[in-house]
Every structure is written in C-alpha cells, then in structure tokens.
Write a protein that binds this ligand. Structure first.
Ligand SMILES: Cc1cc2nc3c(=O)[nH]c(=O)nc-3n(C[C@H](O)[C@H](O)[C@H](O)COP(=O)(O)OP(=O)(O)OC[C@H]3O[C@@H](n4cnc5c(N)ncnc54)[C@H](O)[C@@H]3O)c2cc1C
Length: 561
C-alpha cells in the first residue's frame, strides 16, 4: 500500500499546483489522475488568466469586479485573497517558463474579458491552459524524488478512519484493472468539474463530477450547486467553445435581424458584460424569435483584423473550420449559450480545508466561494492556482504533525466487490450511455439559462428515476485492461448525485441571482436569499442547509453593465 504525506487526486492545474506547493513545503506527495496529467481538462482553457498586474490597475478593482460578477454571492474574504495574490502568481508562472503574450514594448500584454473594468487577462494566444499545464508538468518532473505520479489511475472511493479523518483513497490502475489503497495524512481533491452531467457542454468527457460526488458521499457539504454557468458562445451542435477572448479582441454579437442586441441589455459593457448577462440576452433574443432558425445568433469576428485573429485566436479559427465549416476571419459564426462551468462544489475555506478533517479541495471541484452566482471569465485558472497552492501548503503543514494512517485490507475487498457487481450485471437493461444522454438532455432543458418550478420538478423526477435505473445499466466489456465501460458506469453514478444536488439547490433558491434565473421569481431578493445554499447527503438523499455570505467592503448594489 503506497503511503504519502499528501495525496492529490487530480492533475489539472489545481492538482499540479498543489503538488508543487506541498513538495516545496517538504512533504512526500502522490498525484493521481485518470488521464495523463497534460490531458487534464485544464488543457482546454483558452482565453487567459486574470491579475491586476499593470501599475494602473489594482487588486481592489479586480476584487470588486469579481464580487459584482458573482452577484454578491461570492465570499469577499476569499475573493480578496485571490485577487491580492494574483499578480505574484502570474510572475511565478512567467519565471517558471510560461510564455505569456508580450506587447510591442516587451511588457506582459493583456486582453479585455467580460465583466472586467480593466484589460487584465494575461494569455498565450488561445492556448493559455495548455501552456501553463505543460510548464507545471515540467516543474513536477523536477520533483520526481518527492512526488510520485500515478498516471491513468481512477479513484473510486475516499477512505476515512474511525474518527472520521480522510486518510486516503482506493484507486484502480486503468491499464491493468488492479485496485490499490493509497494511505495519506492529507488528501487534496483536485478532480475538476461536472460538465458532462449536461448535454451538450464545453467540458471534456472526463469532467464527470467524480470528486464532488466522492466528497458528498463521505459527508462533505456541497455549496452553490445551483449556480451553473452557461457560456455565451458555444457551437450549437456539439457545445465546442468559442473563447470569450474573441469578444475581448473586438467581436460583436448580432441577432438574425442584424441588430447588435447587447446595446439593449448592457449599454455600457455590451458584449463584454458578465457571462450570465450575455447568455440571458442571447437566450431572450432566441426565445422571442429574433434568432436564426437553428436557435442561434451570430458572433462576428471579422471585425478583428485578420492578422490578429490568426495570431491570437488561432485555435478557434481551426474549431470554426473543422466543426462548423466556417472561416471566422471572413464570415460570422453561429453560436448559442452552452453549459460551461460549475460555480458550486465541495465547500472549503480559503486554505482548501473541507469540514472533513484531512480532506481538502481546490479548483473546479471546490467552492471557496470566489465565483458566487457567476464566474468572471479568466478567474477560474486563477482560482485553480491560488487555492491549489494554498491547499498544498496547508496539507503539507498538517501532515507534519500526524502519523501515517494504515487502512485495513478490507477496504480493498469492499471496493473490488463494487467493481464485480458492475461486471456481473445481467445484460439487456438500458445502456450507461443512454442514461447519460437522458440525464444531459434533461439538465440542458430544465436547468439551463432560464428555470422555473415546474421544469425543475420534472428534472428532479427524471434524475431520481435515472438513479434507480443506473445500478442495473449493463456493460459489455468484462476485461481488466483499459476497461472504460466499468469506469463509465461508476462516473454515471457520480454525475447523477451531482445533478440531483444541482436541481434541489435550484428549486430551493426562489429568486434570480447570477446564473440562476427563475422566471417564476425574476428578481434578486437580498433580504431572503443573500446566503449560500448547501447540500449534504442525509441517508440516501440530499439535505439542504445554508451558510452565510462573507461581506468585507462591498455592500450589495443593483448590478448593471
Ligand atoms: C473549453 C474551456 C475553456 C476554458 N477557458 C478558460 C480560460 O481561458 N480561463 C479560465 O480561467 N478558465 C477557463 N476555463 C475553465 C477552466 O479551464 C477550468 O475550470 C479549470 O481548468 C479546472 O481545472 P482543475 O484543475 O480544477 O480540473 P481539471 O483540469 O479538469 O483536472 C481534473 C483532474 O482530475 C482528474 N480526475 C477526475 N476524476 C478522477 C478520478 N475519479 N480519479 C482520478 N483522477 C480523476 C483528471 O484526470 C484531471 O487530472 C475553460 C473551460 C473550458 C471547458
């Protein structure tokens, strides 16, 4: 049984940053990922990362924009930490080797992003996530003596000792099918988001909410789960993202009548209002019959000089050509709002600690909450790095004071029993993929940009029926080598837990705030709803609770752009 001071589950930006911080603090570290680390979903991040680094900018301005973007649901103490620490983190990345864009004067260059009062997004063309992830991986390899990498290992269960401390996990070696117990003094979940519970989504196939569900199943509360971000510019058919960087570079949105409709909804910021505002505006245009027949509106990037598009937005030039048959340098591309990001997750403090001793969470799996009701574009990469680092440091420090736990071998037998149960299911029932599709389409229909009580009740009914069906979903592959069938069956269970938590929280919040717009409660109601909603597992089902919102210096105001 491998044993380490700090075990990190997930090797995207949050996980790798945590690993480096824990190793620098002297801990022995294991980092485990169900895909090769540089294939983690962070690799898809395109537009950039925010920091108030220019002399004319300030962390207070970044923090206020973030608070306003969150529709005052973000915790301001955590937001202050993130925005204060952002400039040093960018410089650390630069020194580690990230080739951020530079201006003609040789200074680090920025682009504009939605909801920001300054251009403060640092970027590497439209491959920022890839650039940072590869540099962190290089750094990780330098620490090979203290950091053990378990690549293509799938965590199935978190382990607790008799006192309730989280002491490790059980994981399956995807290449061989072998199960192993990992013991650790501190465990950091960095396993990313849950976009695959919706269809379509901008998220990769691996974003199945594993860590959110695993923490929930051992009693960790989830928070802000109702807050699901629909990104304004995704391809209708497959959910592919056209980065906000396009609007940052000057692209406009038009309806089918040729009107630049954002003038009506956000006269000051126009296309660069926050994402919830732009997505709602687009959906309203579509719902009221001013969209194109395929339920889309037009994003016109031809306004950006072609040379600049080819240099700064080259990935979406390729996406346009390959997946929509459109040359975005010459004609508008049709887009619509699409599921993109989950603001909620495992509730943590700003050192990543969850209420379960020994269990930390950072990145998209976590809810600190710095995004509240709506995340600003380019604040997620920042969140992963700041709170990944802080979690790694704190987890290493915690590990110094305690003995290495030893889990009983019985946990391995239990985990094997669960895998065997999946392998031995009789064939003939519904397929995992069918249930997953129904889940995704349901969430995308009823838990999207606009919601109401009736639709949410329908969604809950369907999700709960699918939860009954999932344990009987048959799989075809009974083998041990790269058995993705078994893993998909496990992931389906995670997505259903996450979906249920999202729907019950959306039902509970009877107001409109950030990404949650209830057509039956269209106003924000600070008197009754300026608090977080938490969801914890009680027996077999979700139990709702509340947590206060921390306000430091910015009192809630009407939110206009
Ligand atoms: C297309 C796209 C573009 C984006 N662009 C930007 C941007 O420009 N700027 C910005 O700020 N944000 C952006 N975002 C959001 C941002 O990329 C993500 O929120 C962030 O990268 C998440 O990082 P993470 O480290 O939390 O998780 P991930 O990068 O998703 O990593 C999760 C890790 O957990 C592992 N894992 C998961 N489950 C298990 C399991 N059961 N067992 C073992 N390992 C497991 C995975 O293998 C992976 O290593 C974008 C998102 C998308 C979808």
């Amino acid at each position: 049984m491998p044993a380490h001071d700090v075990l990190i589950i997930g090797a995207g930006l949050a996980g790798q940053r945590a690993a480096l911080a824990a190793a620098d603090a002297g801990a022995s570290v294991a980092i485990l990922s169900k895909v090769h680390p540089v294939r983690s979903h962070s690799v898809a991040a395109a537009g950039g990362i925010n920091a108030a680094l220019n002399p004319e900018d300030s962390w207070e301005s970044h923090a206020f924009d973030t608070v306003k973007g969150s529709d005052y649901l973000g915790d301001q103490d955590a937001i202050e930490i993130m925005c204060r620490e952002a400039p040093d983190e960018i410089l650390w990345l630069e020194h580690a080797g990230v080739t951020f864009h530079r201006s003609p004067t040789g200074h680090l260059g920025t682009r504009a992003f939605g909801g920001a009062s300054q251009a403060r997004t640092y970027y590497v063309a439209d491959i920022t996530g890839q650039a940072i992830l590869h540099v962190l991986y290089e750094q990780l390899m330098k620490h090979h003596e203290t950091v053990d990498r378990y690549e293509e290992w799938f965590t199935t269960t978190l382990l607790q000792d008799d006192a309730g401390n989280c002491v490790g996990c059980v994981a399956r070696d995807i290449r061989t099918g072998a199960l192993e117990v990992f013991n650790a003094k501190s465990v950091i979940l960095a396993s990313g988001g849950a976009g695959q519970a919706f269809k379509p989504t901008t998220n990769a196939l691996i974003c199945t909410g594993d860590g959110i569900a695993q923490a929930y199943r051992i009693g960790a509360p989830l928070m802000d789960m109702e807050m699901i971000q629909y990104h304004p510019t995704t391809l209708a058919e497959n959910g592919f993202l056209i980065t906000e960087g396009a609007r940052g570079e000057g692209a406009h949105l038009y309806n089918a009548l040729g009107e630049r409709f954002m003038e009506k909804y956000a006269p000051n910021k126009l296309e660069l209002a926050s994402r919830d505002v732009v997505s709602r505006a687009e959906q309203t245009e579509i719902n009221e019959g001013r969209g194109f027949p395929d339920g889309t509106i037009a994003l016109d990037i031809t306004r950006v000089p072609r040379k600049r598009t080819l240099e700064a937005l080259r990935e979406i030039v390729n996406i346009g050509k390959d997946f929509a048959g459109v040359d975005i340098t010459r004609e508008p591309i049709h887009i619509k709002p699409g599921m993109h990001y989950i603001m909620g997750g495992v509730k943590t403090d700003f050192d990543g600690q969850t209420p379960i001793a020994g269990l930390y969470a950072a990145g998209e799996v976590a809810c600190v909450s710095v995004h509240g009701g709506n995340r600003l574009g380019a604040n997620s990469l920042l969140d992963t790095l700041i709170f990944g680092r802080r979690s790694g440091e704190h987890a290493a420090q915690r590990a110094r004071g305690i003995a290495t736990p030893r889990s009983p071998v019985s946990v391995l037998h239990d985990a094997q029993g669960e895998i065997d149960e999946i392998l031995n299911r009789p064939t003939g029932g519904r397929r995992v993929s069918e249930i997953k599709n129904e889940l995704g389409e349901t969430m995308n229909r009823y838990v999207a940009v606009y919601r109401d009580a009736e639709g949410l009740a329908t969604a809950l009914e369907i999700v709960q029926r699918l939860k009954q069906e999932a344990p009987n979903a048959a799989i075809d592959d009974k083998g041990t080598v790269f058995n993705q069938d078994v893993l998909a069956a496990i992931e389906l269970g995670y997505m259903l837990d996450v979906a249920e938590a999202i729907v019950v929280a959306a039902q509970e919040r009877r107001e409109s705030r950030g990404a949650q717009f209830r057509t039956d409660f269209p106003e924000r109601n600070d008197e009754d709803w300026l608090h977080h909603i938490t969801v914890s597992l009680n027996g077999d089902g979700p139990a709702l609770g509340t947590a206060p919102v921390t306000i430091t210096q910015w009192q809630p105001q009407a939110r206009t752009y």
